[in-house]
Design a protein around this ligand. Structure first.
Ligand code: SF4
Length: 445
């Protein structure tokens, strides 16, 4: 691997970021050099996302450029594709079209060094879209910085009709708790302050193996190692049990931030999506959360323009937004994905209807976000500062409730954890002033 110069490019979610870090560590351990640009590289690997049409289009356009580079280079140049799209038939067809040399599905990325060295040595393609338990045995070295991700569980046992995850990541498989705890211990020893537990459905953790703790107990066990800040994404309302709500309320490190995807406020649409719950059930979960966590910051995901969503259905999503008062939301236009039940069974609706509804939802979200963010003005928060913001007068970070925060640069001496006072709010972020640095990088809490 000594002549290999690899450039990794990542699309998609935090699980993909984690997997890219894992792959980078494996490649570096086998002697490959990791480079910053395609121009410096002789092997480019794209970690793909298949959840919506847009990221797939981006991957196709990038692969088109890489194929051109491959044709024009006078020296060997290889293309790799990994992640969700690489697990699908759609991805294999794309890979074929663009001359991809290495294709590894999300459940086969532990084979990266073997694949890359085989391709580079023998100039023969290496494709594997399978799911292997070994993928979860690897523990990546701690990343640089104060925050880190830890994968808890891969795959999903739900069958939402719009979603490709069950095909790309397979059924739920929880990682061994011993490995998770070991990985967290290493992160803490390296000075990590904030750990985010990852999974398509983290709150299902342990359901597939009765000898494992459930998610509620795992939260307690991870926090007991001394994690200063603990978060988790993402959750399915049906698995968000009372036990989990109690564990969050009793575990100071988790804070009072919860991301709970609702997707729609209409029972009719929820049924078509096969989300398994009704609006009332979701509202009951929110009420329980608010009772247990008085300062709850609640965010969600919403899909607009699902097939068959009438104006009345959309009004129900707007009214649910008002009833819950979300702090923020990730809002998406429905995009049919090949092979999903919704794409195959229901006709899509005109794009202009979807775009118009999204605009109205964004307006609603801005109103609520501003209202909710203003309630933090004057309060004292802990901000994890990553670095200097674009205009130099501010530094960027986020607080324990996951609000993006800008702090005046004066008074901030570098990355770290700061106590700060919030002075202003916009719909998108909080602005404030640092009072004291609580932790510098490398210091233990
Ligand atoms: S719960 Fe999430 S990951 Fe699982 S099928 Fe539904 S949308 Fe996809």
């Amino acid at each position: 691997m000594k002549d290999l110069r690899v450039k990794l490019i990542t699309y998609g979610c935090q699980m993909n970021e984690y997997d890219t870090h894992l792959v980078a560590s494996e490649l570096a351990a086998s002697g490959a050099a990791l480079v910053e640009t395609v121009a410096e590289a002789n092997f480019v690997i794209v970690n793909t996302c298949a959840v919506r049409g847009k990221p797939v289009d981006k991957v196709k356009s990038l692969l088109g450029n890489l194929r051109k580079e491959k044709r024009e280079r006078k020296t060997p140049f290889f293309i790799g594709m990994m992640g969700c799209l690489a697990s699908l038939q759609e991805g294999r067809l794309i890979a074929e079209k663009f001359g991809v040399d290495v294709l590894l599905g999300a459940g086969a990325i532990h084979k990266i060094s073997e694949a890359v060295s085989k391709v580079a040595r023998e100039n023969e393609a290496f494709w594997d879209s399978g799911f292997y338990p070994e993928v979860d045995e690897l523990i990546p070295p701690p990343p640089r910085g104060l925050s880190a991700f830890v994968t808890l569980i891969r795959g999903c046992d739900h069958h939402c009709t719009y979603c490709v995850v069950p095909s790309t990541r397979g059924p739920e498989i929880s990682r061994r708790p011993g490995l998770i705890l070991k990985e967290v211990e290493r992160l803490l020893a390296a000075g990590v302050v904030e750990v985010t537990l990852l999974g398509q459905n983290v709150n299902s953790y342990g359901k597939d193996d009765p000898s494992y703790p459930d998610f509620a107990d795992l939260i307690r066990q991870v926090a007991a190692l001394g994690v200063r800040r603990l978060r988790f994404v993402t959750s399915h309302p049906m698995n968000f049990s009372d036990r989990i709500i109690s564990a969050i309320a009793e575990t100071a490190a988790v804070g009072q931030y919860v991301h709970l995807p609702v997707q729609s406020g209409s029972d009719k649409v929820l049924k078509r999506m096969a989300r398994e719950y009704r609006r009332d059930y979701y509202l009951e979960r929110v009420e329980k959360l608010r009772r247990a966590l008085p300062d709850l910051v609640l965010t969600t995901d919403i899909i607009v323009g699902f097939p068959g969503e009438s104006e009345e259905d959309f009004q129900e999503t707007l009214s649910l937004y008002d009833e819950v008062g979300f702090d923020s939301a990730y809002m998406f236009i429905y995009s049919p994905r090949p092979g999903t039940a919704s794409a195959e069974n229901f006709p899509d609706m005109p794009r202009e209807v979807k775009v118009e509804r999204l605009q109205r939802l964004i307006e609603k979200q801005k109103e609520w976000s501003l209202k909710r963010n203003r309630s933090w003005v004057g309060r004292s928060v802990e901000v994890l500062v990553r670095g200097v913001a674009k205009d130099d007068a501010w530094v960027e970070g986020h607080d324990q409730s996951n609000h993006p925060v800008l702090l005046e640069r004066e008074g901030v001496s570098g990355p770290g954890l700061y106590r700060a006072t919030i002075e202003q709010a916009t719909p998108h972020l909080l602005l404030g002033r640092a009072n004291e640095r609580l932790l510098a990088p490398g210091e233990r809490a």
